[in-house]
Design a protein around this ligand. Structure first.
Ligand code: HEM
Length: 218
């Protein structure tokens, strides 16, 4: 669970790094980046298969753990309180199942609308380095013209931050990599990564919706 979570975080970091090109007006660099990924061909399919496997594996283990925990206790705790010391109870840790479910639902909608969204045949076409390619920038740009989608993305990214905030610490804990005296440090790094990833991802819809229309292109 911990190892698959960290591997998924690795994907998220590269996904955010690529998506940061959306901050560059015009979209030529973002579309070029998308074309480079497409040009990986077979390698991209293998990576996508690996990613899908990781998501499914991570979710199945999470559901099994949740069910085991519920059946081991039989009833809910009357109240929740951190034990102190290495214990890391917080709002993020008790809501991992909810934030995980939100991420799962988001992913289905996100991949359907982006990856399998309008194609060249529907007119989403642009020239990238002399060849005609799918205009992914236009798709993202149009998605975030819609205020409902902007606020949905912002809301989901807050759940993503909460999930990463506890998940990062928890991964190190379950892999047995935390000595008690480093527990606070790992937890702080988890907070840093969670804020960075959530802010990076939610900054994109907010920028495209509110700031980009006023940015002058050369
Ligand atoms: C503002 C935030 C985001 C934007 C603008 C964005 C944009 C995109 C775009 C344009 C694609 C299609 C790529 C293609 O067809 O080549 C894509 C695919 C994908 N995105 Fe996002 N994304 C965002 C956030 C996220 C988050 C938070 C996650 C995960 C929790 C995620 C997971 C994925 C996955 C798994 C794919 C499919 C990758 C593939 O099969 O190659 N995205 N995203």
């Amino acid at each position: 669970m911990g190892a698959s979570g960290l591997a998924l975080l690795g994907f998220l970091i590269t996904h955010l790094a690529g998506n940061l090109l959306l901050f560059i007006p015009g979209g030529a660099l973002f579309n070029e980046y998308a074309q480079k990924l497409e040009s990986l061909g077979m390698l991209l399919y293998v990576a996508e298969f690996g990613l899908a496997f990781l998501f499914v594996f991570h979710s199945v283990i999470a559901i099994r753990l949740k069910l085991d925990n519920l059946s081991a206790r039989g009833s809910k705790y009357a109240g929740l309180k951190s034990k102190g010391g290495p214990s890391r109870w917080n709002i993020a840790s008790v809501n991992m199942a909810i934030s995980g479910l939100v991420m799962g639902a988001f992913l289905i909608w996100h991949i359907k609308s982006m990856k399998f969204g309008p194609s060249i045949a529907q007119g989403y076409v642009t020239e990238v380095k002399g060849t005609l390619d799918r205009d992914l920038y236009r798709l993202v740009f149009e998605t975030f013209k819609d205020p409902i989608q902007v606020w949905l993305y912002v809301g989901v990214m807050i759940f993503l931050g909460l999930h990463l905030r506890h998940g990062f610490w928890s991964a190190f804990q379950s892999l047995g990599l935390i000595r008690p005296r480093f527990s606070k440090l790992i937890s702080a790094v988890g907070v840093f990564i969670a804020v960075l990833m959530a802010a990076g991802f939610l900054g994109i819809p907010l920028y495209i919706h509110f700031i980009l229309p006023g940015v002058k292109t050369l």
